[in-house]
Design a protein around this ligand. Sequence first.
Ligand SMILES: *[C@@H]1O[C@H](CO)[C@@H](O)[C@H](O)[C@H]1NC(C)=O
Ligand SMILES: *[C@@H]1O[C@H](CO)[C@@H](O)[C@H](O)[C@H]1NC(C)=O
Length: 350
Amino acid sequence: MATPPLLPAMATHRLLLLTVSLLLSSLFQAALSTTFTLTNSCAYTVWPGLLSSAGTPTLDTTGFALAPGESRAVEAPAAWSGRLWARTGCASDSNGRLACGTCDCGSGALECAGGGAAPPCSLAEFTLAGSGGNDFYDVSLVDGYNIAMAVQPQLAAGAVAADGAAAGCAATGCMADLNGPCPADLKVSGPDGAGIACKSACEAFGRPEDCCSGDFGTPAACRPSQYSNFFKNACPRAYSYAYDDATSTFTCASGTASYLLVFCPATSTGSMASLKSSVGVGSTNPSPLVNNTVSYLDRSRDGGRGERYPSSSSNASTSSSPAPSPLAVMAVAAWTWLCTTRHQRLLSSS
Ligand SMILES: *[C@@H]1O[C@H](CO)[C@@H](O)[C@H](O)[C@H]1NC(C)=O
Ligand SMILES: *[C@@H]1O[C@H](CO)[C@@H](O)[C@H](O)[C@H]1NC(C)=O
């Protein structure tokens, strides 16, 4: 039997190049990945679901259970986009299939495996490394509501000036529990009659004016309704209808933040205390994260003081961190750009 021919020099060279570029690209991938930390502050178990948008890489997990008080970190690659949510009231049926009271993804299992959330469902939406070198994120009630959630960017030390170039890098979410106060014609009730979710008007009635479709398919034509205002008043930073962009989309410079996603966030204590930061959208005053004047919110839980957002005199991580020098910001931007272009070049060269 003849010995296998030696690899031609050219092929060896290419192999080496491929190995090196794979090594480097995995290094850059790691350096450019973004961490989502999901925390369950609810008194009950939730089952997060994660869905990658078409054309972006899948994550290591697409769903799992999170006990009360538990946290789990999920790494997302650079340039990931997709959505995260919390299934509630899940139980296995006699065939061992997991079925959930809200936001079921249809997989019958912990992992959603590409399945999306059945509305009504509160959604956290992300586009990492989007246009202008920014991460875009929002909490959307366009598909309805099932749980209170907050997205809080965690800034790499000194990477972003809270009130400088990245003024939109703020906490967002819907802090209010709307399952009780949900209007009767939008309400979804569980077996015991208590509200477990709240439909959007689009889902409940299917009218073009609620769905921003047909003649109402433009931002000018699709206006807030009494129904979308129910959500907007309680959760001023969350999307309440499809064209609610102006007050609902937030951005952080890509690569400068990881993201904390908290289900049932406490509005006045603990890790969410820094949510009081008034840093918001663009140069205008941002909407408050909690609207204390909304009359239907339950005020009994904290002695009638309302689900108050801590006052601006208390300590916030964002306002106490020193503003970085413009040089540092430029260095980070340059490094990010270098890594990205190098990464792409290496990939295409292999
Ligand atoms: C707060 O809710 C009230 C209704 O209770 C509404 O009129 C007001 O516009 C809301 N504020 C914000 C910032 O959404
Ligand atoms: C802010 O933090 C300092 C030091 O941790 C503390 O002494 C002070 O009481 C805090 N202020 C408020 C308003 O929480």
